[in-house]
Design a protein around this ligand. Structure first.
Ligand code: R5P
Length: 311
C-alpha cells in the first residue's frame, strides 16, 4: 500500500500517514508557465495499492484537475489499484436538475474521476448520500459524526436541556443520528434559499429552544449564510447557548466575518479542508478525521468491513 497527496491538503495526508505508520509517497506537482498542471510520481508504484488524498475544496477546479491528472499518472505507472480519497467532494450540491437547462455537475465529476482511472473512491459526508450512485466504481462513504460526537460528549451537556437542530429538511437524518448518540430533543428549521449567499429561516418545527443549549449540525459551511441564519433564529427564540458543528469548513467569501458576528458560542469543524487561520470567527475547534480515514484505508487494503467502523 502507498499513500500520496495532491497539493490540496498535504497536512491531512501526513496525519493519515502518521496514523498508519507509513511514509507519504513522493510526487512532484507544479504548474507550467501557462497554468497547466504538471505531475510526476517520484517513486515506483507498479503493482501497488495506491491511495491518493485530495479533497476538491477551493480552488475547486484546480484541485479537481490535479486529482484527475494524478490518477492518470498512477494508471500509466501500472498501479494495481487506485483509490481516490476525496474527504470533501466539491460540486456535490449540483446533484439534480432543480430547474430547466442546468447541468448535474456532481454526476459529471463522478464520470471524470471514473474515466481518469480510479478504481475506488473514499468520500466523507457527501452532501447527499445518493451521489454515491453517480459512480460506477465502489464508493466508501464515511461519516464524521463519531468524531464530532466524541468531542461534544466531553462538553458535559445535559441531554434534558439539549436541543439538536437540523438547519434544513435535508439534514434531518444527520440530526437524528447525533440525537441518537447524544440524547436531547429535536428541532428542524424551515430554510428557504433566496440566493447563493442568502437564506431565509422561517418556521421551527419540534422542540422549544428557549433557555436550552442548541447544537446545530450541518454537512458544510460555505458562505455561512445557512448556519448564521439558523443561529440567529435560535437566538431570537431564546436559546441559551448555541453550538454549531459541521464536517466541511469551506468558509468562502465573507464566511469568517459572518460567523464572527453571529450569536454562536462554539464552532466545531473537522480538517477535511485546510482552514485559514482567522481571528474574527467565534471559538473554533478543529477535529481531525485522519484516524478515521486511516482506519478506513487500512480496512479497504485488507478487504475488511468499513461499515463496521460506524456501528
Ligand atoms: C445545504 O443544503 C447544505 O447542507 C449547507 O447548509 C449549505 O450548502 C451551506 O452553504 P452556505 O454556508 O453558503 O449557506
Amino acid at each position: 500500500m502507498k499513500l500520496f497527496s495532491g497539493r490540496a491538503h498535504p497536512a491531512l495526508a501526513r496525519r493519515v500517514c502518521e496514523y498508519l505508520g507509513l511514509p507519504l509517497g513522493r510526487v512532484i506537482a507544479g504548474n507550467f508557465p501557462d497554468g497547466e498542471i504538471s505531475c510526476k510520481i517520484d517513486e515506483d508504484v507498479r503493482g501497488r495499492d495506491v491511495f491518493l488524498i485530495q479533497p476538491t475544496c477551493p480552488p475547486v477546479n484546480e484541485n479537481l484537475m490535479e486529482l484527475l491528472i494524478m490518477i492518470d499518472s498512477f494508471k500509466r505507472a501500472s498501479a494495481e489499484r487506485i483509490t481516490a480519497v476525496v474527504p470533501y467532494f466539491g460540486y456535490a450540491r449540483q446533484d439534480r436538475k432543480d430547474e430547466g437547462r442546468v447541468p448535474i455537475t456532481a454526476k459529471l465529476i463522478a464520470n471524470l474521476i471514473d474515466r481518469a482511472g480510479a478504481d475506488r473512491v473514499i468520500a466523507m459526508d457527501l452532501h447527499a448520500a445518493q451521489v454515491q450512485g453517480f459512480f460506477d466504481i465502489p464508493v466508501d462513504h464515511l461519516y464524521a459524526a463519531p468524531v464530532l460526537d466524541e468531542h461534544i460528549a466531553t462538553l458535559g451537556l445535559d441531554p434534558e436541556s439539549l436541543v439538536v437542530v437540523s438547519p434544513d429538511e435535508g439534514s434531518i437524518k444527520r440530526a437524528l443520528t447525533h440525537l441518537h448518540r447524544l440524547g436531547g430533543h429535536l428541532a428542524i428549521i424551515d430554510k428557504r434559499r433566496t440566493s447563493a449567499e442568502h437564506t431565509r429561516q422561517q418556521h421551527i418545527i419540534g422542540a422549544e429552544v428557549e433557555g436550552k443549549t442548541v447544537l446545530i449540525f450541518d454537512d458544510m459551511i460555505s458562505t455561512g449564510g445557512s448556519i448564521c441564519g439558523a443561529a440567529q433564529v435560535m437566538h431570537e427564540r431564546g436559546a441559551k447557548t448555541i453550538y454549531v458543528a459541521a464536517t466541511h469548513g469551506i468558509l468562502c467569501a465573507s464566511a469568517f466575518e459572518r460567523l464572527g458576528q453571529a450569536p454562536i458560542d462554539g464552532l466545531i469543524l473537522t480538517d477535511t479542508i485546510p482552514l485559514a487561520a482567522k481571528n474574527d470567527a467565534p471559538q473554533v475547534t478543529v477535529l481531525s478525521v485522519a484516524p478515521l480515514l486511516g482506519e478506513a484505508i487500512k480496512r479497504i487494503h485488507r478487504n475488511e468491513s468499513v461499515s463496521r467502523l460506524f456501528r
